[in-house]
Design a protein around this ligand. Structure first.
Ligand SMILES: [Zn+2]
Length: 278
């Protein structure tokens, strides 16, 4: 499969479409994320808490070599809009999925899901039938310029041992955003490191909160995905230019375009769309 990818990258570079990053690194993506906080009850996070979660999420991304995250907005929406969700605190998978679909539809309509921007919803803490607060989230699992994910947050904790829910919420935010870059669950625990894409990443926050990060395999998935998105965007630009070009120039333009298209289509077969559970 790499045979298709390498020539494509060279072609883009030789056309002057790919600019080197300002800091000189080979890979430095800026991931833009819209953050929406849902007010529901007294356990919901306040504006300051959301900012804290956002800055922790940035730290976790920065720790992972050269992935940058830019959390671009904070918006509160009245939970009364979703009063038909009577099982707000239910931890069941069905309720989680129902909530995910409803909020995803809302996010799409309200413009939170847009091209080049991921959308993330902060929900009040989940509560199990025994009354314990739980962590979790759901995210789109595919490679796209946009994408939707949500997770729970809250300042108070009834966990034993107690843990900082704000930081754990940041971990879940990063994990779910990771899914929207085509990252699968990869469970790696070797005593020194835990992958943020571990199936139970939230559970390991107590012990690994200072070191939890994307491991190389997960970073590679993000690189593949952002590379794919770049080529796709290059294709769109190129298609517009080829249409405008005239004569032999247009022929050459389409020839080059079709070569790139082959590579991109080959790659896009990896894009599987379904929600992933934390
Ligand atoms: Zn997950």
């Amino acid at each position: 499969m790499n045979r298709f990818i390498v020539p494509v990258i060279l072609l883009i570079t030789s056309c002057g479409q790919a600019k080197p990053h300002e800091d000189g690194s080979a890979f430095a993506e800026v991931i833009k994320v819209n953050v929406v906080n849902i007010i529901k009850d007294e356990e919901s996070v306040a504006y300051e808490d959301t900012k804290e979660i956002m800055s922790w999420a940035q730290v976790i991304f920065w720790r992972s070599v050269d992935i940058r995250i830019k959390l671009i907005s904070y918006k509160e929406i009245a939970a009364s809009e979703f009063s038909n969700i009577d099982d707000w605190h239910s931890p069941t998978a069905d309720a989680q999925l129902k909530r995910f679909r409803l909020l995803r539809n809302y996010a799409a309509k309200s413009g939170c899901i847009e091209d080049g921007v991921k959308c993330y919803f902060l929900l009040p803490p989940l509560r199990s039938s025994s009354g314990n607060k739980q962590f979790g989230g759901v995210g789109d699992f595919y490679c796209s310029n946009s994408g939707f994910a949500l997770g729970q947050a809250g300042r108070l904790s009834s966990h034993s041992p107690p843990r900082d829910r704000l930081m754990a919420s940041a971990g879940i935010m990063v994990h779910e955003i990771g899914h929207t870059f085509n990252c699968e669950h990869l469970n790696v625990k070797d005593g020194h490191r835990v992958n943020i894409m571990d199936f139970a990443a939230g559970v390991f926050f107590d012990k690994f909160r200072e070191t939890i990060t994307f491991i190389v395999e997960s970073i590679e998935r993000i690189r593949e995905c952002t590379g794919y998105m770049k080529r796709k965007s290059w294709m769109e630009q190129k298609r517009k230019r080829c249409r405008k070009a005239a004569g032999g120039r247009q022929k050459r333009c389409w020839r080059r375009y079709n070569k790139v298209k082959q590579g991109v289509l080959q790659k896009s077969s990896q894009g599987v769309v379904f929600p992933a559970f934390e």
